[in-house]
Design a protein around this ligand. Structure first.
Ligand code: 6PG
Length: 230
């Protein structure tokens, strides 16, 4: 598999600024070409400084849809919720008219929540997906060994539920499928620390089901930029 085009920054603040600029450029280009933009956002701890920097930018927010790459099956009242973190980071953009699309809904089961999210997410045209990565080589909620249905390129689904015992926050997850991810215009993977950089390098030669982050560089995946800082 081709080596990853990785851009190394001196520190995490520089990475956040550059990532925000890259996402802002994609939003501006999408609005210029089709009158609106949609970005899909990962949760976790890494991307929040990027989101905070982006939301401070003078973009045409009423034309921007903010979607999620994945979600924990937890209400936004809980700290584990990606919706909680994303709507907090993008509060001023949402106040300025940006449209947030949740993945979570208070259904009895994650599968029912995925079905509900499918109706919301299937029509989306994602211009840029912001991806993260765990040291176990997961990305989105495609966790090793438990996400074959999410990684299956033949699925008609945009959103599925995944049960991942090793996942942070909650084992019950909602995630874009790899097929939906591959329809995105472009992607940006944000990773920090030596461990993730090394794990990414080893993941690229492993089977995708065991190292799902490798799917981001597989044939048919959107153009990917990888930003790394110590
Ligand atoms: C999530 C994320 C997940 C994240 C990685 C990295 O819901 O946890 O969407 O895929 O990107 O777990 O998380 P950190 O940035 O916290 O290391």
């Amino acid at each position: 598999m081709a080596a990853a085009p990785l851009v190394a920054f001196d520190n995490r603040a520089a990475l956040a600024r550059a990532a925000a600029e890259t996402i802002a450029e994609a939003i501006t280009a999408a609005i210029a070409s089709r009158g609106e933009a949609c970005i899909a956002l990962s949760g976790g701890s890494t991307p929040e400084p990027t989101y905070t920097a982006l939301t401070a930018m003078p973009l045409d927010w009423p034309k921007v849809t903010l979607a999620l790459v994945d979600e924990r099956f937890a209400p936004p009242s809980e700290e584990a919720s990606n919706e909680r973190m994303v709507t907090r980071a993008f509060a001023s953009a949402i106040e300025a008219g940006a449209h947030f699309k949740p993945l979570y809904s208070a259904t009895p089961t994650p599968v029912e929540a995925a079905d509900h999210a499918e109706a919301l997410y299937a029509p989306l045209h994602i211009d840029l997906a912001v991806m993260g990565m765990g040291t176990d080589a997961h990305t989105a909620s495609w966790f090793p060994g438990v996400a074959a249905h999410a990684l299956d390129l033949n699925t008609a689904r945009t959103v599925v539920a995944v049960h991942a015992p090793s996942a942070a926050g909650t084992p019950h997850r909602l995630t874009l499928t790899r097929a939906a991810y591959n329809r995105a215009g472009q992607a940006l993977l944000l990773i920090t620390g030596a461990d993730k950089r090394h794990r990414l390098e080893t993941a690229l030669s492993q089977p995708i089901e065991q190292a799902p982050v490798a799917a981001l560089l597989a044939p048919g995946a959107p153009k990917l930029e990888i930003f790394w800082a110590p």
